[in-house]
Write a protein that binds this ligand. Structure first.
Ligand code: ADP
Ligand code: MG
Length: 415
């Protein structure tokens, strides 16, 4: 299948060509024609499969076809869970709309609202927003959503994880009833289906999860190591292997900061990215990492979710996630676009329960080894409290491969 076969306008095809895409991804192939037909769509495909273009291209075409340039009103609203994602989607919308007369902008919190408001005043067709700032500016009457024809909920699973359900409900009440709804998500959990039921109108469901193949393309490795020696080991691995563009996951914001400091002390350029960082610091860290000025990006799950960092050679789990699905999302950051990647997990005795849960979810055991000089001390026994914490998730992932996480209380929200 080619992009030409999807019913897209030449002006969009030209922008696609300039992006260097030769053929649509599976999710794009499925979603674009349906959206062009005006259907409500509930789409799920793994991170990195091109979902953004999957909704942006048809959305632009629909708006462009019935153009009302004179009096621009917000006709399409794209909601994303984080500022980085909003900025990323906006970049994409701008690129794809190079040759069509569509104006777009992005609004998110953590920065001065003034420049955002002044752009809104000039009139725009497509608004990309995080829920909080959107409601904020709406309450201040700086924008109206009463002309929205197309609503997109991007990374919807992460929106629920981050507790945006209520904000989403509020936003729904501000939209016209008659509209097209598109919901994109990395997973098809029960929670996502429930959300979709309340918002979408007779949706077509599309799933483009290529089974486990994405995970299979990744070399996975576990190093058994004591907790107290993880920092030392990670420094050794990065230095010995001369690794660059390493994405490291920690479970907490505090852990991310601590590790980043230690890496810098060891002369490894590193930056942390998490919810407590200012917008400026997060943007700077991500840009530095993409430009390879920063070797290591230390991130928490929520901060990293959906970030478009193509072709990562190395992902390191400094700590295993207690939600097994997060492991799959984390390692999905490597081996993108056909390139092989390596995912390394540092596992201490307390995390063995998490490892078991993860192996069950991915359906195979992950080869485990010890690094010379870092053999775990056999006298260190698992912390009984943490063991219980891990087991509580046992029931979650038995439902199905694509099942989402539970809304249970043991998920670590301090991220
Ligand atoms: P997702 O939202 O599914 O995680 P993105 O939309 O962020 O994925 O896209 C991931 C990467 O793939 C981006 O760098 C994007 O430019 C690229 N991409 C998207 N569509 C294609 C395509 N058809 N061919 C090649 N690369 C693509
Ligand atoms: Mg996405």
């Amino acid at each position: 299948m080619k992009f030409n076969d999807l019913g897209l306008e030449p002006s969009l095809l030209k922008a696609i060509q300039e992006k260097g895409y030769t053929k649509p991804s599976l999710i794009q192939e499925k979603s674009i024609p349906l959206i062009l037909k005006g259907k409500d769509v509930l789409a799920s495909a793994q991170t990195g499969t091109g979902k953004t273009a999957g909704f942006t291209l048809p959305l632009l075409q629909i708006l462009f076809k019935q153009n009302t340039r004179k009096n621009r009103k917000i006709r399409a609203l794209v909601l994303t869970p984080t500022r980085e994602l909003a900025a990323q989607v906006f970049e994409n919308v701008k690129e794809y709309s190079t040759y069509v007369d569509i104006r777009s902008t992005v609004i998110f919190g953590g920065v001065n609202q003034k420049p955002q408001v002044s752009i809104l005043r000039k009139g725009i067709d497509v608004l990309i927003a995080t829920p909080g700032r959107l409601l904020d500016l709406h309450n201040q009457k700086f924008l109206s959503l009463s002309n929205v024809e197309i609503l997109v909920l991007d990374e919807a699973d992460r929106m629920l994880d981050m507790g945006f359900q209520r904000d989403i409900n509020k936003i729904m009440n501000l939209l016209p009833r008659q509209r097209q709804n598109l919901l994109f998500s990395a997973t098809f959990s029960k929670e996502i289906k429930a959300l979709a039921k309340g918002i979408l109108n007779q949706p077509v469901m599309i799933e483009a999860t290529p089974g486990n193949t994405t995970v299979d393309a990744i070399i996975q490795r576990v190093y058994k190591v004591d907790k107290s020696r993880k920092t030392e080991l990670i420094i050794k691995l990065i230095k010995e292997g001369n690794w660059f563009q390493v994405l490291v996951f920690t479970r907490t914001k505090h852990g991310a900061n601590k590790l980043t400091k230690k890496l810098i002390q060891a002369n490894i350029s590193a930056a942390a990215i998490h919810g407590n960082k200012s917008q400026g610091a997060r943007t700077k860290a991500l840009a530095g990492f993409k430009e390879r000025l920063v070797k290591v990006l230390v991130a928490t799950d929520i901060a990293a979710r959906g970030l478009d960092i193509p072709l990562l050679p190395h992902v390191i789990n400094f700590e295993l996630p207690n939600v097994p699905e997060d492991y799959v999302h984390r390692i999905g950051r490597t081996g993108r676009a056909g390139a092989k990647g390596e995912a390394v997990s540092l596992v201490c005795v307390d995390e063995k329960v998490y490892l078991k849960d993860i192996e069950k979810l991915v359906g195979s055991s992950i080869p485990s080894e010890t690094k010379e000089g870092f053999e775990p001390d056999p006298n260190i026994k698992p912390d009984p409290i943490k063991q219980k914490g891990g087991n509580r998730h046992k029931s979650n992932h038995n439902r199905s491969k694509n099942s989402g996480r539970s809304s249970g209380g043991s998920r670590n929200y301090n991220r």
